[in-house]
Design a binder for this molecule. Structure first.
Ligand code: EPZ
Length: 440
């Protein structure tokens, strides 16, 4: 029995070989929910969010707000945050290093208190994950920021609108600048910004709260600051990463699954890739059905910011490509260190080689750097069951998929990482017929 540093001995024992069949409903998007909970700090009136997934990252974020003095309820997928009682600009140290959310509290706390103290960040280990763009954006708006190993301290009498040009369309930095700009004095432009569907969803909530916010041409958010934001009710979009992951699981096991609430709008580039490898799918009114393909074809693909093929689809898709007939290439251009998880797949007999070269045509920040950010995958290979420790959230789902097709029973440990981001993952997989036992 393996004991994790957090004391957990829980594990999933998965026996491969069962085609997934049936119907599952995708939960609300983790990467929208956590940011929208933070947005509630911008108002003294209650903000109600529906379709909130019951996952570790949501609970950590709610604890963070409670620690500040907000009143929070969460039941049946609905969160209500009343931030009127928030009484401190300091995020609790105990919640440090759990996820990437605390840095987003900087703007909202400065608006309330003229200062913010934020503990060091956590999140998946998929690269260095600096926050220099976040800090530069807040500084451009007038914040004075200092940091030591434990804490970021930021202060400003009043944040001011600014022209912010991001070096790269970072999701977190765009959200951070947005959460600061909505109540800043004057107009803010966030140029070269991210425009992922989760960010659009955040913008919709902010608009419902009274913000004046628009996505202009050339990746530019234009935000006119307003002095007060109000309460609002908002429904969070379905999770496009969960949707894509289940579609791959259905296809690779040779099954037939209706992925309810999967939205074509948010999955265009994923569905194109699915089409190119030959996986049949049908768009229906309330979801997407994926069924068995006779053959899986190899392809070359590159991850990118939205509307490109997202980096969080890469891990399940690499799994699919291990079953394609021929040589596939995947060039990861968003995070420099997002193929570490393939080592365990190689132990399961997958044929995956990593390269430092950019094996693709997109401009990539990792060219001539020492990062193994391209993968060559040769398929199809029969995978053998293995005992694997999960290194990060998205890798965790790809190991689940690997175990579902492997010969024998695999044992996955450090499963709390999966539960950070996927609601009722075991319940959903079992409903589709997967053979999974939870140990410990
Ligand atoms: C968000 O991370 C998501 N996390 C990630 O999902 C997702 O993979 C990523 O966006 C890309 O879509 C959350 O929403 C909580 P970035 P984020 O800032 O915001 C570099 C998951 O499993 N960068 O867009 O941290 C950075 O190192 C997670 O749900 C800087 O250099 O991603 C990376 O190479 C994993 N300086 C690139 O930009 C900065 O200040 C993109 O990162 C900020 C980012």
């Amino acid at each position: 029995m393996t004991t994790e540093p957090n004391g957990s001995t829980r594990a999933y024992a998965i026996t491969g070989g069962v085609p997934l069949r049936g119907d599952i409903r995708i939960s609300g998007a983790k990467n929208a929910a956590t940011k929208e909970i933070v947005a509630a700090l911008l108002s003294d009136e209650p903000v109600t969010l529906h379709n909130v997934p019951d996952i570790g990252d949501v609970h950590v974020t709610l604890e963070m707000l409670k620690g500040l003095g907000a009143a929070v309820t969460f039941s049946d997928g609905t969160v209500t945050v009343d931030a009127s009682g928030v009484s401190t600009p300091e995020v609790a140290e105990a919640l440090s290093r759990k996820n990437r959310i605390p840095i987003l509290l900087m703007g909202p706390l400065i608006h309330r208190f003229g200062e913010a103290r934020i503990p060091a960040l956590g999140g998946c280990t998929i690269g260095a994950r600096p926050v220099d763009f976040h800090l530069a954006a807040l500084k451009a708006m007038g914040a004075v920021i200092t940091c030591d190993e434990q804490t970021y301290t930021a202060s400003a009498k009043r944040l001011k609108g600014a022209v912010i040009t991001l070096t790269y369309p970072s999701v977190g930095a765009t959200e951070n600048a947005m959460l600061a700009a909505v109540k800043a004095e004057g107009t803010t432009l966030i140029q070269n910004a991210a425009m992922e569907p989760e960010i659009l969803d955040l913008a919709k909530l902010l608009q419902a709260m009274g913000a004046i916010i628009n996505l202009d041409v050339n990746r530019t958010w234009v935000i006119e600051g307003v002095p007060i934001l109000h309460g609002a009710v908002h429904r969070i979009i379905p999770d496009r990463i969960e949707a894509a992951s289940f579609m791959v699981a259905a296809a690779i096991t040779g099954g037939d699954v209706f992925v309810r609430d999967a939205r074509q709008d948010d999955l265009l580039s994923f569905l194109n890739a699915l089409r190119r490898v030959g996986v049949p799918f049908r768009i229906e009114e309330d979801g997407i059905r994926v069924s068995k393909s006779e053959r899986i074809f190899p392809i070359a693909l590159e991850t990118d910011v939205h509307p490109g093929f997202m980096t969080d689809w890469q891990q399940p898709f690499v799994m699919l490509l291990t079953q394609a007939e021929g040589v596939s290439i995947v060039h990861e251009t968003v995070f420099e260190d997002r193929f570490g998880y393939t080592e365990a797949l190689t132990r399961m007999q997958a044929n995956i080689q990593l390269h430092r070269e950019c094996l693709g045509s997109k401009a990539c920040r990792f060219v001539n750097r020492d990062y193994r950010h391209s993968a060559v995958i040769v398929g199809p290979t029969l995978l053998k069951a293995a005992d694997i420790r999960i290194p990060d959230l998205r890798a965790g789902f790809s190991y689940l998929i690997a175990a579902l097709i492997a010969d024998g029973t695999s044992r996955l440990t450090n499963v709390e990482l999966i539960e950070r981001g996927y609601e009722d993952i075991i319940g959903k997989l079992k409903k589709l017929g997967a053979q999974i036992e939870v140990e410990g």
